[in-house]
Every structure is written in structure tokens, then in C-alpha cells.
Design a binder for this molecule. Structure first.
Ligand SMILES: [Zn+2]
Ligand SMILES: [Zn+2]
Length: 277
């Protein structure tokens, strides 16, 4: 993905955010409240920061992918798979990488510090999608690189996955109320809005479920799937993270480096020995 293509992708994502915002206004899952206004500026600030960091990280990753392809290294480069199989396989492998990254960020305290920035949003809507700390971006790119290099993912498949992944993320974070039968039907193959809402619960029993990004099969195989009907009445956010000083753009950026009782509290909340169920 060239620099110009990356800029075009950012334009596409901003347009998609506007479209999903309009749909949220038409068929909201929850009424807009105080937090839906207060989180707007911090969420957009972190979104633009993520766009900027991804522009930088894409360059070495794509150079590495192209170099491995020229050498014939990596599973899909080393063997003569039919092009469609190699392309679809690459998409699935990258989505598995996303799932593995996500589970790791919930299990490893040092990674959770960064991912907690995404989970601390007290109101989930389309602007929550790319509310991501730069530290989380680094973690995600390391996992993506390991999987992309090992499997010999093509530059085209990588570009398609990144755009599909971002658009699907906007869809599943949107504060939209689909008919429950439709939301459930989507989860046969994909993650749905209510399926991902389960993952944003304050109750860790639900937070440790539904990690997947695009394909629901990873949660089903990993034993972490919870039906989407549980996502209709979720209380979002993280206990101990609601103070205005922690919810500002600056507060979110320095949050992972704080050693105060609020961070300790949310780490305790994510200690497997303290699960409520
Ligand atoms: Zn998560
Ligand atoms: Zn999320």
C-alpha cells in the first residue's frame, strides 16, 4: 500500500465513520448520553494518531512482505497454491493474528495497560473503534508482521485485510440496533455489533469473550464465543477509569504509564483469579 493509497484509505474510513454515525442516529441501540458527547474529541484525537502511526508502520511491514515474496519465503510463497486459496488463506491468517493479539492483550498485564484505553470508553459507538493507544498499534504490528512473514502473505491480501478489518470494526462498534435475528445470523460467519458489545462489558466474565475481529470462527474454536443476544444491555467501560482527567485525550495517552490505584484496580479486575464467574 503506497503512501497515496494509505491516504485514500484514511479518506474512505472517515467517510465510513460519517455514514455509520448517520445510521446510529436513525436506529440507535442506546440513547445518546453525556458520554457520547464527552468522548468525541478524545476518540477522534486517538483515531487520527492511529492513522499517523499506521502510515509509518505500514512502510517497513510492506517492504518486508515484498522482500519475502521476491525470495519465495513463507508458506504461501513457497508452495504453488491456487491464487484464490492463497488470497483467502492470507485473509484468514491475518484475522487469526488479530485474534491472537487481542487475547494476548487481555492476558498479559503489560499489554493490557495499553489495550485498556480502548475498553475504558463509557459509551461505545463508531468513534470508539479506533480509540487506540500508539502502544497498542506497536503490539498489533508486531503480531501482524510475525504472521504475515511466516505465511508469506501477499501485499494485495494485506492491503485488502487492513481495509476490510477497519470497516468491519466500524460496523461492530456502531451504536446500531439491528433486529436480533439478523444480528444472530451475522454471527454464523462474522462478528456482529451485539457480539462485540459483549466484549465491552464492565463485567470481566463478558469482557473475556468475543475477541474476534472479522470471522466468528476464531471465538468458536477458541472457546470464547458468547451469543450476541447478551450484547443488548451491556454497561460499558472500566471501573476506576471514569474520571474526567483519565478520559481526556492526554489522560488516555499517559494512562498506561500511571502506577496509581486506578490502573492497579483495572489490572486487578483483569486478574483471572478474580473472575466473578
Ligand atoms: Zn479487548
Ligand atoms: Zn472494541
Amino acid at each position: 500500500m503506497s503512501f497515496a493509497a494509505s491516504i485514500s484509505t484514511i479518506g474512505l474510513l472517515l467517510a465510513a465513520i460519517a455514514v455509520f454515525s448517520a445510521i446510529e442516529a436513525l436506529i440507535p441501540l442506546h440513547a445518546r448520553g453525556e458520554w457520547s458527547k464527552r468522548h468525541l474529541i478524545p476518540n477522534l484525537a486517538l483515531t487520527f494518531l492511529t492513522f499517523a502511526t499506521n502510515l509509518v508502520f505500514n512502510i517497513p511491514l510492506l517492504l518486508g512482505i515484498a522482500w519475502l515474496q521476491s525470495k519465495g519465503w513463507g508458506l504461501f510463497n513457497a508452495y504453488a497454491f491456487p491464487p484464490f486459496v492463497a488470497f483467502l488463506g492470507a485473509i484468514m491468517v491475518l484475522d487469526l493474528a488479530w485474534y491472537a493479539t487481542h487475547v494476548s492483550m487481555h492476558k498479559v498485564p503489560g499489554m493490557w495497560r495499553f489495550h485498556a484505553v480502548h475498553h475504558s470508553d463509557p459509551f461505545v459507538d463508531v468513534t470508539t473503534t479506533i480509540r487506540q493507544h500508539p502502544g497498542e498499534s506497536v503490539i498489533r504490528y508486531v503480531y501482524l508482521a510475525v504472521f504475515a512473514f511466516a505465511f508469506g502473505v501477499s501485499p494485495a491480501a494485506f492491503a485488502v485485510y487492513r481495509i476490510w478489518s477497519a470497516l468491519h470494526g466500524l460496523f461492530e462498534h456502531s451504536n446500531v440496533k439491528l433486529p436480533q435475528w439478523l444480528d444472530t445470523a451475522i454471527t454464523v460467519v462474522f462478528s456482529s455489533p451485539n457480539m462485540h458489545k459483549v466484549h465491552h462489558s464492565r463485567d470481566q466474565h463478558f469482557t473475556d469473550r468475543n475477541y474476534t475481529n472479522i470471522f466468528s470462527i476464531w471465538d468458536r474454536l477458541g472457546g470464547t464465543f458468547t451469543p450476541s443476544r447478551y450484547g443488548r444491555n451491556i454497561t460499558y467501560g472500566l471501573d476506576g477509569r471514569d474520571a474526567p482527567s483519565q478520559q481526556s485525550a492526554l489522560g488516555l495517552l499517559i494512562g498506561p504509564f500511571r502506577l496509581d490505584r486506578h490502573v492497579a484496580g483495572s489490572l486487578r479486575q483483569h486478574n483471572p483469579q478474580n473472575r466473578s464467574v
